[in-house]
Design a protein around this ligand. Structure first.
Ligand code: HEC
Length: 133
């Protein structure tokens, strides 16, 4: 292949990768891992504020009233199912990782960037309060 041909191939492959990465849900198989920079994000907020209300309005249809991932909409969704917030799999993540996932979403999990940052951190604190429940 000519040098120009190689360049074109590289550019097309790069564009395809960018496209896949840019479409939420395009890679919604397998474990969901937040990017490394999310891990060390510091939680600047103490307490849960109105998080219970925020969660009741926005999350319980999928994640269930007690956060076990068993909301009324969960049955109709294909895997991966809404996460069980009380599980070790969720609780072992850092606040930053949970915050990042809430903000960005994946597949059937919507992104919640439109909620004020403070509210998103309060929701993280609320999810923490459900640990082992
Ligand atoms: C329409 C259904 C739906 C709604 C509404 C929803 N989620 Fe989710 N959520 C999901 C699904 C499905 C997953 C699993 C996504 C995956 O693994 O690809 C998920 C995963 C998560 C995770 C990641 C857990 C993990 O695997 O690490 C968190 C945290 C979360 N949701 C929080 C929230 C919060 C907070 C709200 C409300 C502000 C919310 N979700 C609203 C469907 C929903």
């Amino acid at each position: 292949m000519s040098a120009r041909g190689k360049l074109v191939t590289a550019v097309v492959a790069g564009a395809a990768l960018t496209l896949v990465a840019g479409v939420p849900g395009a890679l919604a198989q397998g474990p969901w891992v937040a990017p490394p920079e999310a891990k060390s994000l510091k939680n600047p907020v103490k307490g849960v504020g109105d998080a219970k209300k925020v969660v009741e309005t926005n999350c319980v249809t999928c994640h269930g009233a007690s956060g076990h991932g068993d909301g009324p909409a969960a049955a109709a969704l294909p895997p991966p199912k809404p996460a069980n917030w009380t599980s070790v799999a969720v609780q072992k993540q850092t606040d930053g990782e949970i915050f990042w996932k809430i903000s960005n979403g994946r597949g059937a999990m919507p992104p919640w960037k439109h909620l004020p940052e403070k509210e998103r951190w309060e929701v993280v604190n609320y999810i923490r309060s459900l640990k082992g429940k």
